[in-house]
Structures are given as C-alpha cells and as structure tokens.
Design a protein around this ligand. Sequence first.
Ligand SMILES: Nc1ncnc2c1ncn2[C@@H]1O[C@H](COP(=O)(O)OP(=O)(O)OP(=O)(O)O)[C@@H](O)[C@H]1O
Ligand SMILES: [Mg+2]
Length: 270
Amino acid sequence: MTDERERQQYIDEIQSLREQLLQAQKLSTVGALASSVTHEFNNILTTVINYAKMGLRHKNNETREKAFNKILTAGQRASKITTGMLSYARNGSERREAMDLVDLVEDVLVLVEKDLQIHRVRLQTHVEGRPFAEVNASQIQQVLLNMIINARQAMEGGGRLDIGIRANPETNCAELSIRDSGHGIPGDQLRKIFDQFYTTKTADEAGQGGTGLGLALAREVIESHHGRLRVDSAVGKGTTFTLKFPLVVESASQSSPKIRNSSLTAPASK
Ligand SMILES: Nc1ncnc2c1ncn2[C@@H]1O[C@H](COP(=O)(O)OP(=O)(O)OP(=O)(O)O)[C@@H](O)[C@H]1O
Ligand SMILES: [Mg+2]
C-alpha cells in the first residue's frame, strides 16, 4: 500500500471516530433527559386517561368537548416532545440554513422544561428582536442542550436559568446567552473546560458521568459557524455562556420561510 493511501485511510478513520464521539456526546444528553421525559409522558398519559374517563362518564356535549380538547392538547405536547427527541438523536447533516433563533431555542426548551422543573430550576427567557442566523440547527441545539444541562447540574438544590436571545444591530450579531445561578467555575478550571474529555463529573448511581466533550464540541461548532463563544463565571454566583453569530439581514430572513431544521461553522474565544 502506498504511503498516500495509508495516510488517507488514517484520515478517514479519524473522521469516523470523531463522528462516533459526537454521537456519543449527543446520546449522553439524551440519557440525562431520559428520566424527566419519561416522567412527563406519565403525566400526559394520566391526563389523557382521566379526561377519556370523564368523557365516557358524562354524556353532555359540553363536558365531552372539554375532555376532547384536553386530550388533544396533551397528545400534541407528547408529539412535540417525541418529534424533538427523534430529530435531536438523529445523525444530522452538515447543512446550514437561515434560522429563526427564537424557534430554535423553543425546540430545545420543549425537551428540557420538565428536567428543569424537577430540579427546581426557574427558567426565564428574554427575547429582544427576532434574530435570524445561518446555522445548522441540529448542531446548535446540541450545543444549547449541553449548556442547559451543564447549568442545571451546577445548580444542585435549584436556582435560576436565564436564556437571552437578541439581535444586536450595532455589532450585527445574533446573541444567545445561557446564565445560571450555579456554583460557578474556578479560574484554574475555566482554562480547561473547552478541552476534550475535561470533566469534573463522576459517574452517578445510574453510571451517568460526563464525557467532557460537550464544550469542546460547542467550541468547534461555533467556530465553524464563524461565531464567537464567551464564558464569564464567578464562583458561588454563577456562569454565563454567550454565543454570537453573524445576523442574517432582515429582508432575507423575512422572505425566507420558517425552517425548523437548520445548521452553522471558525475561531471561538473564551
Ligand atoms: N454552567 C456551568 N457551571 C459550572 N461548571 C460548568 C458549567 N458548564 C461546564 N462546566 C464545567 O465544565 C466541564 C466540561 O463541560 P462539558 O459540557 O464539556 O462536559 P461534561 O458536562 O462534564 O460532560 P457531558 O457534556 O458529556 O455531559 C464540566 O464537567 C464542568 O466542570
Ligand atoms: Mg456537558
């Protein structure tokens, strides 16, 4: 075999291992959400069963209509969660499209709301404008999900999570911020958090620890989208991650249809 062929084979192998690692990080996020999603499904089923019983018991139209509406709303929520989970777990393409970031964040929040509620984390979103950016939605969702789960894990006993979405016309940037009131990150750790395999999380009773790939991946994804990634942290007070992407000009964003599955790619700064 020639040196060149051997070299190419190694490159292909590294690429394939890299993809497997990214998928493993994705599945670790799915694992972190599994129990809250199951819990939520249980609640939805309870709603469906109880209103179905009520509809069967009461013969008048008004009560039956109310029962049907409750069942429909519960079913639609369940469908939103399963669709979100399935599209998230799927191996995404590299395609990027102009995306409404408010929609993109909403799709992520559907998956984590229950998890945050169970862990007594109060969620507040702050929207300024309607920023669009050219992104790979699945990759950005993976980045956001990891940051939200990181934030929740840093707030043992509960706390506050503030998610900001804003269009900054001065810098021509779309900005996403994830701020928690958790334990913060000491200076010596802050330098390492974007390193591959750096984690402070040890396996819990379910064998769930951290892969230490979430933020390494975040940095890679943001760089490839020509974006910027920044972290500010104060021990005992909390941490804020800020993601910035080039804004897609409004005229283009308005003319483009609402795209629900999107993606993005350059150097991220700490
Ligand atoms: N919001 C945060 N508050 C406090 N520490 C954080 C926060 N986000 C990240 N960290 C620290 O950075 C480390 C690396 O995070 P990263 O997401 O890369 O990996 P992980 O969360 O440990 O593993 P995985 O993402 O696979 O679950 C974490 O182990 C944690 O020590
Ligand atoms: Mg993580």
